[in-house]
Design a protein around this ligand. Structure first.
Ligand code: NBP
Length: 484
């Protein structure tokens, strides 16, 4: 039987698990146990990284025995059935008070189910979102743990030791909330990532196909943008991708890549759940749909000779156009984040989580894919007003969209006349106009619904529900249960 020496263990040693295990081992105070279903992976890891001092086990029984109490094991295996299998094995070997952490990309409803089952055995189950890809897992990810507060007392310091550090030195990890809260917030993070990438792609498309800039020139523009409000990891890497030249052909890399983008699921999950929660995450939705459209080559080929604008826009003042696109991108990005945070608020309400929104923005400042300078402003907005009804209405963001909105409108109009698709920019602007409208045509929709389905409506000047006798004399009748 192995001796209990490790304070933390990792199960699943593919790219994410082995990088996370190496990260853990590199931090003072951690002794890391490792286990993988197939021994070869474990063998490779311990051979290539003797400096890590891993405690390696060939069986899961030995792995569990090598952990000090309360035993804490992080699972990094394929989401779904693989995760369930490992959870079962660990739960059968562990004792009350021990902690099973799922660091994979699980659907939060699976996490809620698993947490309930594991809690019944007296163990803790902590679904944890980990963002930052392979590089983040190795050097410092942004970590979003759910589960009980009690489990966080043991787990928190271990996770803090490996998390990315923001500029102020704070580790990018916080206890998000009970059971599935961590995986829920990770899902929204990924949804926002989809929206952010789509908006950046639209900005590129406009600069290239409306203003005629070459990829390398756009890389310079993005580098410049990265020095201001848009300062973010995604803008930074976009410039690098645009500057890349294909070695085989000498063409810009972006021109030799097939223009069909896929999605792995978390963006789709975000939209599906937002639909259930009744939250308009149009920025994320448009991003998912834009990828879906890109991946329909037969339809695109069949439609390729459909007409565009008869006399396409010519951009006369290119410098002004670049500035307009920059502002439109920033305003649209604010809308996408605002919508994402709305979805977190609604999820927290539905599932009974207490989520500190300012703390969420804080732990996204480093380590994760959407890390960006303006997340500090989001933290400030929620710190100043914890029950802020819409991020876009906070003073800083109000000022930002006010400053951007003329540019935003010009860009959406110009895109229409250039024939460049901008679903992200346009839907963000429509959302903004919808939110600030004094009256919405929803009143007409209520009338239509009452006409064909007797769905009833409310009046602006009286309490209660009403129905109009559309097929009769069109008089109004107050409905049962109303104050009439
Ligand atoms: P994979 O998602 O490719 O999974 C491979 C690992 O799962 C191997 O260790 C494999 O063991 C193990 N495994 C499988 Br498959 N079925 C198993 C079972 N029934 N019992 C035990 N082990 C099983 O690994 P990854 O790309 O390192 O990702 C790990 C997790 O992290 C996933 O949930 C992923 O969604 C998440 N994630 C990935 C990234 C990323 O950038 N890649 C980012 C964030 C989160 P074997 O060696 O015996 O086949």
């Amino acid at each position: 039987m192995a001796e209990a020496q490790a304070n933390i263990g990792v199960v699943g040693l593919a790219v994410m698990g082995s990088n996370l295990a190496r990260n853990l081992a590199s931090r003072e105070g951690n002794t890391v146990a490792v286990y993988n279903r197939t021994w070869e992976r474990t063998e490779t890891l311990i051979t290539e990284h003797p400096e890590a001092g891993f405690i390696a086990s060939e069986t899961i029984e030995d792995f569990v025995a090598s952990l000090q109490k309360p035993r804490t094991a992080i699972i990094m295996v394929q989401a779904g059935r693989g995760t369930d299998a490992v959870i079962d094995q660990l739960a059968n070997l562990m004792e009350p008070g021990d902690i099973i952490v799922d660091g994979g990309n699980a659907l939060f409803t699976d996490t809620i189910r698993r947490e309930e089952a594991i809690r019944a055995k007296g163990l803790h189950f902590v679904g944890t979102g980990i963002s930052g890809g392979e590089e983040g897992a190795l050097n410092g990810p942004s970590i979003m743990p759910g589960g009980t507060k009690e489990s966080y007392e043991t787990l928190g310091p271990i996770l803090a030791s490996i998390a990315a550090r923001a500029d102020d030195g704070e580790p990018c990890v916080t206890h998000i909330g009970e059971n599935g809260a961590g995986h829920f917030v990770k899902m929204i993070h990924n949804g926002i990532e989809y929206a952010d990438m789509q908006l950046i792609a639209e900005a590129y498309d406009l600069l290239r196909n409306a203003a005629g800039y070459e990829p390398a020139e756009i890389a310079d523009i993005f580098d410049d943008w990265n020095k201001g409000d848009l300062d973010s990891y995604l803008i930074e890497i976009t410039a690098q991708v645009l500057r890349q030249v294909d070695a085989k052909t000498g063409k810009p890399f972006v021109d030799i890549v097939l223009d069909q983008a896929g999605s792995k699921g978390t963006g789709v999950w975000t939209v599906q759940n937002a639909l259930d929660l009744g939250i308009p995450v149009s920025g994320i939705g448009e991003a998912v749909f834009a990828r879906a459209l890109s991946s329909k080559p037969a339809q695109r080929a069949a439609a390729s000779d459909l007409p565009g604008p008869e006399s396409p826009l010519t951009v006369e003042d290119r410098e002004q156009f670049v500035e307009d696109v920059r502002r439109a991108l920033y305003a649209s990005k604010i809308v996408a984040y605002s919508q994402g945070f709305d979805a977190i608020v609604a999820g927290a309400e539905k599932y009974g989580w207490e989520i500190d929104l300012g703390a969420v923005a804080k732990i996204w400042r480093a380590g994760c894919i959407i890390r960006a300078r303006f997340l500090g402003q989001i933290t400030e907005a929620y710190t100043q007003t914890p029950d802020l009804v819409a991020l876009v209405t906070a003073p800083y963001f109000r000022e930002a969209v006010t400053g951007a909105q003329q540019s935003w409108r010009r860009v959406v109009a110009d895109a229409t006349w250039a024939g460049v698709p901008v679903p992200g920019f346009a839907s963000a602007l429509s959302y903004y106009d919808g939110l600030r409208a004094a009256r919405l045509p929803a009143a007409l929709i209520q009338g239509q619904r009452d006409f064909f389905g007797a769905h009833t409506y409310k009046r602006v000047d009286e309490e209660g529900s009403f129905h109009t006798l559309w097929s009769g004399d069109r008089s109004e009748v107050a409905q049962e249960g109303s104050s009439h």
